[in-house]
Write a protein that binds this ligand. Structure first.
Ligand code: SF4
Length: 648
């Protein structure tokens, strides 16, 4: 049972039912030309599912401050209809909505509106790949006024609170840091003056919304960039915010330019909470009782409970877990934890998309961001208990298809040749830092039973056995791609599935043919399993091609730290008992010495069953890897499972 996490708390005048805040996420639904319909439904379902305080994605206080073309522009009249519709939807579900006031500063992109980004000083931004213009004194006053105007508009639109974005390396954070604030006027020069702009923004916002309207400030617990603000300086800033009228402080971690991973699955759960606790202690030492919200890498109610149990934090913020399961609070509160669809920290459908313009979704919940397209209630006209359909293969696409069909009222038999469901997720779950992939399997195991799906494991399906079904969804997945090279039949050559299944059977010197996502995962697994000399290699492309932009750098950094050798531009000559003979693009020939050679050079669709069904004239739909492996990833597999399950 949950104790403190689900106990009431106040943020200023705002009375909340529990202590879990749904944190800000940019969705790329904000600027759709639909009057706010998709945005409102997205938040409505989260409020229906038990979210109480929800913080919107960043709403830019000016075009110059927008993080991209999909950002709400709070000070322009065009956003009002969508926002008030969203506020109404959340209120109708009993929730509260805070608008996040945002200015990207030097993290803005000139191409968004053709405006040069601005910042305290002209310090090049590696993220935006540009040198911003230093704000003039008059522009600083205008920017403060923009924040105040945005806050006033939010209040007028019916929002319950505002959150001022002051962390993650955005504009307020840039003013506070000696790295990006090189000014010698009243807005910079020493730590005290560097704090003036962030605090001036807060005071102006307070003046605009009046006493009693809740203001949250998201402030940095640590910048994770060498030479930036010290802990003592960040503590002092937090104290000034609390004295300046903030009703709660939400502690952000790390700049977007930082090379320290903060939100990737390889970061342990709760890893950054000590930063929020440190700020809480600094506030208490100053005699301030302002509530502090901790965040980053929490993905379940039990973790939230553990974070809050000691009483040295007041609330926690979780964001992505609400994409993965809109009802995480209600389902957990009801004691049905096995039925929570857990965020696995992959970033593939959320953060990676938030960087661009495609609407954000969720790998393990492809409905997210598409709530209107896929209503939860069975479509009218669909038989509540229609003829039985079969799903062959219980990997990502098959699990999702089976759950979708059963939720629509169809009788579903799910066939899986292996001893358990999950497909390639079973392999991923063995990789250090990807243990949460097993949570997805746990969720579907319980969800499928809950929906009445007959799950038949150890049960390979063939076309003859499926002939009696009204329809078959074929999710038979992939086979390792055949490698045509002399020596692949030697005893020390394994395919990647064998190596995942039995890492102990892999020798101390390993050569992996292939360096895509699976080879990278395998290298992590083998490096963590025992000390090994590991080489991963490929002909063309990049190491870890296909891994999303917010994750790939962190994963490769970890591989380098583990001493894994990564080679590209490799031509293979043959495999010998000594290893793999290769030629590099520079013409240099050599031997990659290895006790074990592993083939991980991509995948091919497993097409046998689909061909058999076609020959027998059985109606079927092919999904996931069985359909196409070109550019295949788990996001697409789950999405195809949902679409197939909806279309039948
Ligand atoms: Fe979590 Fe991945 Fe879904 Fe994002 S896409 S919410 S990281 S499971």
């Amino acid at each position: 049972g949950s104790g403190r996490a689900l106990s009431p708390v106040r943020i200023g005048s705002l009375q909340l039912r529990h202590r879990i805040v749904m944190g800000s996420m940019h969705l790329n639904l904000e600027q759709l030309d639909d009057g706010g319909a998709a945005l409102a439904q997205f938040y409505r379902e989260r409020a229906d599912g038990g979210a109480d305080l929800i913080v919107t994605g960043g709403a830019a206080v000016s075009r110059t401050g927008a993080g991209g073309p999909g950002y709400t522009l709070i000070n322009e009249p065009g956003c009002a209809a969508a926002l008030s519709r969203t506020v109404d939807a959340v209120h109708a579900a009993g929730g509260h909505l805070a608008l996040q006031l945002f200015h990207a500063g030097r993290y803005a992109f000139e191409q968004t509106y053709g405006l040069r980004p601005v910042a305290p000083s002209a310090v090049y931004s590696g993220l935006s790949r540009c040198e911003p213009a230093a704000l003039t004194a008059a522009q600083i006053e205008q920017t403060i006024a923009d924040f105040a105007a945005g806050a006033g508009r939010a209040r007028g639109l019916g929002f319950d609170a505002v959150e001022i974005m002051g962390s993650e390396g955005y504009l307020l954070n840039q003013f506070a840091s000696p790295l990006t604030n090189l000014r010698r006027d009243e807005w910079g020069g020493d730590a005290v003056r560097r704090r003036r702009f962030p605090v001036a923004v807060l005071r102006a916002v307070r003046a605009a919304v009046g006493a009693g309207f809740p203001i949250i400030v998201r402030t940095s617990g640590t910048d994770l960039v060498d030479g930036s603000s010290t802990d003592a300086e960040l503590d002092a800033l937090a104290v000034e915010f609390a004295c300046g009228g903030a009703d709660a402080l939400n502690i952000g971690i790390g700049w977007h330019e930082s090379t320290v991973p903060t939100v990737q699955s390889l970061v342990p759960h709760g890893h950054w909470l000590p930063m929020a606790r440190r700020i809480k202690r600094a506030l208490l030492a100053a005699g301030l009782a302002t509530p502090v919200i901790g965040s980053n890498r929490l993905n379940s109610l039990p973790q939230a409970e553990a974070a809050l149990a000691a009483g040295d934090l007041d609330l926690v913020s979780m964001a992505r877990p609400f994409l993965a399961d809109p009802a995480i609070i209600a389902t957990s509160r009801a004691g049905r934890l096995p039925l929570v669809n857990t965020c696995i920290g992959c970033n593939e459908a959320c953060l990676d998309r938030a960087l661009g313009t495609e609407p954000v979704s969720c790998l393990v919940n492809p409905r997210a961001g598409h709530e209107l397209e896929f209503p939860t209630a069975p479509a009218a006209g669909r038989a509540p208990a229609g003829p039985a359909v079969a799903v062959a293969g219980a990997g990502p696409a098959g699990m999702q298809a089976a759950a979708t069909l059963a939720a629509a009222g169809l009788a579903v038999d799910l066939y899986e040749a292996a001893g358990g469901i999950g497909g390639q997720f079973r392999l991923a779950g063995r990789v250090p830092g990807k243990e949460d992939f097993l949570e997805t399997i746990r969720y579907f195991e319980h969800r499928l039973v809950d929906l009445g799906v007959r799950v038949l494991t150890d049960h390979p399906a063939d076309a003859a056995g499926l002939a009696g079904y009204a329809h078959v969804v074929v999710g038979t997945g992939v086979l390792p791609r055949r490698v045509r090279l002399p020596g692949t039949g030697l005893v020390h050559v394994l395919d990647y599935r064998q190596a995942f299944a039995d890492p102990a059977g892999v020798g101390p010197r390993v050569a992996v043919i292939g360096a895509g996502g699976i080879a990278v995962d395998l290298a992590h697994l083998l490096a963590a399993d025992a000390p090994r000399q590991i080489t991963i290699m490929r002909r063309g492309g990049r190491v870890g091609e296909g891994i999303g932009p917010t994750t790939r750098w962190a994963v490769l950094q970890q591989l380098r730290a583990a001493g894994v050798r990564m080679l590209t531009g490799v031509s293979y000559r043959r495999i010998t008992p000594e290893g793999v003979e290769i030629t590099r693009t520079d013409g240099e020939a050599g031997l990659v010495a290895a006790d074990t050679v592993i083939l991980a050079a991509g995948q091919e669709p497993a097409t046998g069953l689909a061909a058999g069904l076609a020959a027998a004239g059985t109606a079927h739909t092919v999904v996931g890897g069985a359909l196409d492996t070109e550019g295949l990833n788990a996001v697409r597999a789950f999405d195809q499972g949902l679409r197939a399950g909806t279309a039948i």
